[in-house]
Design a protein around this ligand. Structure first.
Ligand code: ADP
Length: 489
């Protein structure tokens, strides 16, 4: 089958968070399954161009109303990329960032309009066009207006971001706002004077998926639906929750080029194999400690690698950091944020603890360092308020770090508390808590630190159970293939 993804991120050449990882891992697995996969992205000036091979012009001048664009092609690790460069006076993708511009809505509606023109220009349409989140949802609405529409699948990676814009902007992007059917599809449920790209995409796409079975259930409720539960309930028949995977090469301590010592975490069952894992983790911890100025210690290393936004409960990450310190452990945080108050608070913490040899706070985006942290960490905290799937718990498990997570969304599908009888003993792999407050977090964190210190054997069993579960795309990519096949008819 021929599948075209239209997306705003691809790891690691244009990554902000999990969306980039999903595009990379899912596409690689589809290629392994012998499908033809192409990924259309904006030609951001901040793409990691040194990773892209065979970069060349594919279509010199693709005409859309008002402006033309050049479509470039290239490859990354065997994946075919198509990079859209609009010749627009606003230089939409020469901003040094992927998101966060005042005109993001214009940038991505323009991108969607061009990608549809590109699809129309192809002699042979793809079997499925796979869209991701609000930045590309408009493609399905534009496609719906055509006589011979493309088969579209929209994946909701995060329902919180919906792309609310004026009808005038969509008229500019080629939407027939005079058509009442299209207008109703796009009308925002809470601000009826605005349009909602994600809502329109949900209603217009032929199929909709989201990134975990539990999040699928949550978004159908008033509490979890972010205002779109009614549109989602209407779309239930075409909605599926498919758990994200992690790429088994990109996230694998056996082959990870960012680590100083490799170690194999697949099928660890003997004491010898466990010893090799512990030695590998120890060597990476030693290197990390030197790099970020943590003192050598045998106490647990607790970690967090995250965007510091309200969804991720930054105040609970701070609470975990202080509690770990109080209990004699070490904590490392690698986080980014564009929210001034959150940034100010973590810069303050960073200054307060800069001379503390048990705390490292790095307010940066750093792919290489993130891999080293997963390898070095003993415990990985994810106290999110909501979490569509979450990848860091899956990566932590693969690297032999035990996850501590709040029970929500995909975290509830993947992290099972050692002390809860909800799962058989053999499937338990971490620590969980329910109430998103400091007491809830302490309840789980104190238990984790106690297990680590007092019952190392049990801790190792927990690590092994975590490492032995396979969260690669092998199991879930075929579920996407089933949907593409249905779309093709
Ligand atoms: P989200 O997509 O909501 O940010 P996920 O858990 O799905 O959360 O995915 C986060 C991805 O981004 C993971 O690969 C994680 O390692 C990575 N990541 C998050 N923050 C940073 C950072 N500051 N530096 C490097 N990688 C990061």
């Amino acid at each position: 089958m021929h599948i075209i993804h239209i997306a705003s991120e691809l790891a690691p050449i244009a990554k902000v968070g999990g969306l980039g990882d999903v595009l990379y891992g899912l596409s690689q697995e589809l290629v392994r399954l012998k499908h033809t996969v192409e990924i259309i992205l904006p030609k951001y000036d901040c793409l990691d161009f040194k990773l892209i091979e065979n970069l060349k012009v594919e279509v010199k001048e693709l005409i859309t109303p008002n402006h033309s664009s050049t479509i470039w092609s290239g490859t990354y690790k065997g994946l075919k990329l198509l990079l859209v460069e609009p010749h627009h006076p606003e230089h939409f993708f020469h901003r040094g960032v992927i998101y966060g511009c005042a005109d993001d809505l214009e940038r991505f509606t323009h991108f969607s309009q061009i990608t549809l023109a590109y699809l129309d220009h192809l002699q042979q349409p793809p079997d499925a066009v796979h869209l991701h989140d609000w930045p590309t949802a408009l493609v399905s609405i534009l496609a719906k207006q055509q006589k011979d529409p493309h088969n579209t699948l929209l994946t909701i990676h995060n329902l919180e971001h919906q792309g609310k814009c004026t009808p005038a902007l969509l008229t500019e992007a080629g939407v027939d706002m005079g058509n009442s059917f299209i207008h109703n599809m796009l009308q925002d449920p809470t601000s009826p004077e605005l349009c909602n790209l994600l809502k329109g995409g949900i209603l217009a796409s032929d199929a909709v998926t989201t990134v975990s079975p539990n999040y699928q259930k949550e978004i159908l409720t008033v509490e979890g639906g972010c205002g779109l539960h009614e549109s989602l309930i209407l779309s239930q028949d075409k909605l599926t929750g498919i758990l994200n995977g992690i790429d088994e090469h990109f996230w694998n301590p056996e082959f990870d080029p960012y680590l100083v010592a490799s170690y194999n975490t697949h099928q660890v069952s003997t004491q010898e194999q466990l010893k090799a894992v512990l030695e590998g983790k120890q060597a990476n911890r030693h290197h990390l400690a030197t790099h970020v100025h943590l003192r050598a210690s045998k106490r647990p290393l607790v970690a967090s690698v995250t965007r510091l936004v309200p969804q991720k409960s930054p105040e609970l990450i701070k609470a975990a950091l202080l509690r770990t310190l109080e209990k004699g452990g070490q904590f490392i945080l690698l986080g980014t944020t564009q929210i001034p108050e959150i940034k100010a608070e973590f810069v303050r913490l960073q200054t307060e603890y800069q001379d503390n040899p048990d705390i490292a706070i790095l307010l940066d985006y750093d792919e290489a360092l993130s891999h080293l942290i997963f390898a070095a960490a003993d415990l990985f905290v994810i106290p999110s308020l909501f979490e569509p799937c979450g990848l860091t718990q899956l990566i932590a498990l693969r690297y032999g770090a035990v996850p501590l997570a709040r029970i929500t969304g995909g975290l509830a599908d993947t992290v099972f508390d050692i002390d809860s009888a909800a799962k058989p003993l053999k499937e338990r792999n971490g620590f969980t808590f329910d109430f998103p407050d400091a007491q809830g977090l302490y309840w789980a964190l104190d238990r984790a630190l106690k297990y680590y210190e007092e019952t190392p054997q049990l801790w190792h069993t927990l690590m092994m159970q975590g490492m032995n579960r396979d969260f690669s795309w092998k199991h879930t990519a075929p579920k996407y293939v089933e949907i593409y096949e249905k779309l093709r008819g």
